[in-house]
Design a protein. Structure first.
Length: 253
């Protein structure tokens, strides 16, 4: 799917970003694995190279506009172009009572998840030629709230707004932008050990209804949205939650 393509993945050192970086590489893409944690990004690059793929590791803090610009500049310097970006990195923050959430926590979560995503969109789009695609990892928290993650919820609602607002200016440049709204996924963000390697996509299993998804379930959707197979899709959000948002829990009176 990605032969001759260059793809950048933020938060590529762990979880869904790692799985996506591995799958982009398996499909022939040259991958820039971007992460705050350089060691984690380098380990993913090592895995990709050992599997015969091509990748580089870049340390960047997406909360910084300069780092967003630099990660794209380093990708262009190494690979000569950028065809797709999976803007996936984010910070969940501590579980906090609504009234105990302080300004420092608010600023940190907002700077990474919302501001970081905005400057990532700008930086990626400026480097892309017509046909390019940006995929943002949002959340079901873009649609519904959790009182213990109020700021995270607000940033994910905001990210969906950014994707919708970006669709027209992206379209004017021949680019597309979409976001994914994952449900509950088995990643380090939720305290699970990280996955090691993807499985063959045709053998991905169906989790229980409203159960836990694997990072690769999201990676496969990210690949589709980043590819020309989804050329008519833009400005939209795609639920990938195993049925969570479709379900009103049964109430027995
Ligand atoms: N895990 C879930 O259940 C879930 C559900 C819905 C949405 N999401 C979203 O999916 C995305 C990926 O989540 P995950 O569970 O794979 O996360 P994770 O915490 O397992 O991995 C995130 C990676 O991003 C990196 N990172 C964190 N802050 C960064 C920064 N400022 N700059 C660069 N890299 C940074 C981390 O070092 C880590 O390698 C996030 O946007 C998250 O909000 C997660």
């Amino acid at each position: 799917m990605f032969a001759d393509k260059v793809v950048l993945v933020t938060g590529g050192g762990a979880g869904m970003g790692k799985s996506a970086a591995q799958r982009f590489a398996e499909e022939g893409g040259r991958v820039a694995v971007v992460d705050l944690n350089l060691q984690a990004a380098e380990a993913v690059v090592e895995w990709i190279r050992a599997a015969g793929g091509t990748a580089i590791a870049i340390r960047a803090d997406i909360a910084s506009q300069a780092d967003n610009d630099r990660m794209v500049a380093e990708t262009l310097a190494q690979f000569g172009k950028l065809d797709a970006a999976f803007l996936n990195a984010a910070y969940l923050g501590p579980v906090l009572d609504f009234f105990e959430t302080d300004a420092e926590t608010f600023d940190k979560i907002t700077n990474i998840n919302l501001r970081g995503c905005f400057f990532g969109m700008q930086a990626a789009a400026r480097a892309m030629k017509p046909g390019g695609s940006v995929v943002v990892n949002a959340s079901t928290a873009a649609i519904a709230a959790n009182q213990y993650n109020a700021v995270y919820t607000a940033t994910k609602h905001g990210v969906l707004g950014l994707v919708r607002a970006a669709a027209e200016p992206f379209g004017a440049r021949g680019l597309r932008i979409n976001c994914i709204c994952p449900g509950y996924i088995r990643t380090p963000m939720n305290g699970f050990p990280d996955s090691v390697a993807p499985v063959a996509p045709q053998s991905l299993e169906t989790p229980a209804f409203c159960g836990i998804g694997e990072p690769q379930h999201i990676a496969e959707l990210a690949l589709f949205l980043a590819s020309t197979r989804s050329s008519f899709l833009t400005g939209a959000a795609y639920l990938a939650d195993g049925g969570l948002m479709a379900n009103i829990p049964s109430i027995r009176i």
